[in-house]
Design a protein around this ligand. Structure first.
Ligand code: ZN
Length: 158
């Protein structure tokens, strides 16, 4: 609920913010943890347990699902964007083979993306460039994963 006095259009004093030394975006001072030396968005990728990597123009984090197939999912955050704008994910399509009477697994790798939104640290062209580089990396990763799964699929289950 907003209660703005009509006599004044002056905005409220902004909350103090801290500039992240890693990505250059700002974070509210009360959310920023100086002891980790980066904003919470960077920490999502670069925390030791996240095992993510900083590629300069973008950050990458790969998570593996805790199931028998170990499907992977990569989140990519181009620098200058709020969060994981690009995703690479593995999926399994099941199909029934009438000849062998077995359900076959077919691996599929998908690249998806959204605008994600920029955080205002870069101009639009730079942000677009980082997005493009991140997208190139996503496609490369997807091709590698697809190849790996194809090779794995050749070994029949006994
Ligand atoms: Zn940051």
């Amino acid at each position: 609920m907003r209660n703005v006095p009509t006599t004044s259009r002056k905005p409220k004093a902004e909350e103090p913010k801290v500039t992240c030394p890693v990505c250059g975006a700002t974070e509210k001072e009360k959310d920023y943890q100086p002891e980790i030396g980066m904003c919470s968005r960077c920490w999502w990728y670069l925390a030791p347990e996240a095992e993510g990597t900083d590629h300069g123009l973008f950050m990458l984090r790969i998570q593996i699902r805790d199931d028998q197939d170990g499907r992977r999912m990569a989140e990519i955050r181009p620098r200058g964007f709020w969060s994981g704008t690009i995703e690479v994910s593995e999926d399994i399509l099941h199909s029934y083979n009438a000849e062998t009477k077995e359900v076959e697994k077919n691996w599929n790798v998908r690249v998806s993306w959204g605008s994600g939104g920029t955080d205002g640290t870069l101009d639009d062209l730079r942000a677009a460039e980082n997005f493009t580089r991140a997208m190139d990396h996503a496609v490369m990763l997807a091709k590698i994963w697809k190849m790996e799964r194809k090779e794995g699929a050749n070994t029949r289950r006994s």
